[in-house]
Design a protein around this ligand. Structure first.
Ligand SMILES: *[C@@H]1O[C@H](CO)[C@@H](O)[C@H](O)[C@H]1NC(C)=O
Ligand SMILES: *[C@@H]1O[C@H](CO)[C@@H](O)[C@H](O)[C@H]1NC(C)=O
Ligand SMILES: *[C@@H]1O[C@H](CO)[C@@H](O)[C@H](O)[C@H]1NC(C)=O
Ligand SMILES: *[C@@H]1O[C@H](CO)[C@@H](O)[C@H](O)[C@H]1NC(C)=O
Ligand SMILES: *[C@@H]1O[C@H](CO)[C@@H](O)[C@H](O)[C@H]1NC(C)=O
Ligand SMILES: *[C@@H]1O[C@H](CO)[C@@H](O)[C@H](O)[C@H]1NC(C)=O
Ligand SMILES: *[C@@H]1O[C@H](CO)[C@@H](O)[C@H](O)[C@H]1NC(C)=O
Ligand SMILES: *[C@@H]1O[C@H](CO)[C@@H](O)[C@H](O)[C@H]1NC(C)=O
Ligand SMILES: [Zn+2]
Length: 453
């Protein structure tokens, strides 16, 4: 009895020591280079990023969420929710009940964001932890009455260097410690729109600059002594498709503009008919073979883009590389927003740090899977979400994972061994039981031998 008490007590003491000896809490920096199409990694040179990947993990394709636009996808990464569930269903939105408008320059009303709880808010609800943001859609908005403890108001004119310097300062010395931080950069999206992803000459220049930014990031983390203990995820919101002057869908040709209001135009148009939905729908349906026209209730299931009042009654989805216009205006050379099953719309994900394997490559995850993985790394209880933690287990050092080919290999291997054993047993049994006459014959032959010798 005494012994038992001592045992329990000593266990209690070691527990306390493990807790109070200031074991550093895990830290995570989440970086997004907007519009970084997955196959840029194969088609362009990234010496710094490839070094980062060599010591960490790479997911070659991240299947993002429909519509493949900036605000919706950045919010899915930090909430693990499809757009219909987190409420940021486009870069331009209209809410009929409140008559409110949302756009990338008018995004500060918490009304739009409060349908979900982003990870930086959840992180700060933990005792003694804070979050920091060198931009990321939503980080300068009071979501559930909370901003990150340290953040910047969105401004495209703040240089990458300044964002990097300030966010690493926050990560380096603050109390309570910053355990989750974001870093957002507008390129290569802006140049992808301007030149088109197939303009090798201009895009290689732009992507070299991105790679230099990755180099600066790693160098700065090393200089501050953060590199070994900080987990860093580098990813993006969507890819980029090549567009052209010759692939244009002119809505103005099909329907009188007075019949509807355009909430969002291209390549996914959100249409609010003024009076007669059926009439507008029927006319748009005949408009162009490269335009897919859906009533909200008929939007394909796989888009998970239906159950939210901010999704307008009619949605138009242009085919890859096609641009919807209202008049003869000329399209950009690159765009995104299209069907999220298109590889050109997918970004990649790379990660480095104590939570991740070194030198591991993985083919694909969903962008909604990133959230439960981040919560696991930070030791946070995730909010209800649409991600699957199991999809990311192979990336993490503290998880046991078998991928499908390995599992199939093991099953086939086991079957082969079983079959071989069974055959051996049958053969042995046959040898022992059936060919008695033979063995006698052999014996006789052997008996003869000494005579010959
Ligand atoms: C141990 O951790 C728990 C929860 O994380 C915390 O409430 C408690 O104060 C910690 N104890 C010490 C001695 O730091
Ligand atoms: C970055 O930090 C510097 C120094 O503290 C400060 O002067 C500057 O305003 C910060 N930049 C932004 C965009 O917050
Ligand atoms: C970063 O933090 C370390 C340890 O707290 C400190 O020694 C160092 O001076 C800090 N660096 C900067 C640039 O603040
Ligand atoms: C919170 O963090 C500060 C600074 O890191 C530390 O001094 C303090 O003991 C922590 N408090 C708790 C309750 O863990
Ligand atoms: C693309 O790059 C070339 C050569 O650097 C330059 O002459 C051209 O103006 C660029 N294209 C655009 C659209 O700026
Ligand atoms: C709406 O338009 C359809 C087709 O043009 C027509 O059949 C229907 O009567 C109209 N409904 C109303 C309420 O105007
Ligand atoms: C064409 O449409 C754009 C908006 O998409 C508008 O700004 C522009 O004034 C229109 N031009 C003409 C000639 O109607
Ligand atoms: C996504 O997750 C939310 C929150 O748990 C849930 O309400 C919603 O039904 C889920 N969506 C799908 C398609 O499972
Ligand atoms: Zn974007």
């Amino acid at each position: 009895m005494k012994f038992l008490v001592i045992l329990l007590f000593s266990g209690f003491i070691t527990d306390c020591r493990g807790n109070s000896s200031s074991v550093l809490p895990p830290k995570l920096l989440l970086v997004s280079f907007d519009g970084f199409r997955a196959d840029y990694l194969q088609n362009y040179e990234f010496p710094h990023l490839q070094n980062f990947i060599k010591e960490g993990v790479l997911v070659e394709h991240v299947k993002n969420v429909f519509i493949t636009k900036t605000f919706p996808n950045h919010y899915s990464i930090v909430t693990g929710l499809y757009e219909e569930s987190h409420g940021i269903v486009a870069n331009s939105m209209y809410d009929a009940a409140t008559k409110k408008h949302f756009s990338d320059f008018n995004d500060k009303d918490p009304f739009w964001w409060n349908e979900a709880v982003p990870i930086w808010v959840t992180n700060q609800l933990q005792e003694n932890r804070s979050s920091a943001a060198a931009m990321w859609p939503g980080t300068d908005v009071l979501i559930h009455n909370t901003t990150p403890s340290y953040f910047m108001n969105y401004s495209p004119s703040v240089s990458f260097r300044e964002r990097l310097n300030n966010v690493t300062m926050w990560l380096n010395n603050s109390s309570p410690p910053v355990t989750f931080a974001t870093l957002y950069w507008e390129e290569p999206d802006a140049s992808g729109h301007k030149y088109g992803p197939e303009d090798k000459e201009n895009m290689s220049r732009v992507l070299r600059e991105i790679d230099d930014h990755v180099g600066d990031l790693v160098q700065r983390l090393k200089m501050l002594g953060l590199w070994e203990n900080l987990n860093v995820i580098i990813t993006s919101d969507h890819g980029m498709a090549q567009c052209s002057q010759s692939r244009v869908i002119n809505l103005g040709r099909c329907l009188d503009p007075s019949a509807y209001t355009i909430i969002d135009l291209t390549p996914i148009a959100a249409i609010l008919p003024k009076i007669n939905i059926t009439m507008v729908y029927n006319k748009l349906k005949m408009c162009d073979p490269h335009l897919n026209v859906y009533l909200r209730e008929d939007i394909p299931e796989r888009f998970y883009y239906r159950h939210n009042d901010r999704i307008q009654p009619i949605i138009l989805v242009a085919d890859e590389g096609w641009t919807i216009v209202l008049n003869e205006s000329s399209p950009k050379l690159g765009d995104h927003g299209y069907d999220n099953s298109l590889p050109s719309m997918h970004p990649f994900l790379a990660a480095h740090g104590p939570a991740f394997h070194k030198g591991y490559k993985h083919s694909t995850i969903n962008s909604v899977d990133i959230y439960p993985m981040m919560c696991h790394i930070l030791g946070l209880k995730p909010q209800p979400n649409n991600g699957t933690f199991g999809h990311t287990k192979c990336l993490l050092v503290d998880q046991w994972c078998i991928n499908l080919p390995e599992a199939i290999g093991i099953v086939i291997g086991a079957l082969l061994i079983l079959t071989t054993l069974t055959c051996l047993i049958i053969i042995l049994q046959n040898r022992l039981s059936v060919p008695r006459p033979f063995s006698r014959l052999q014996l006789q032959e052997e008996d003869d031998d000494p005579l010959i010798g």
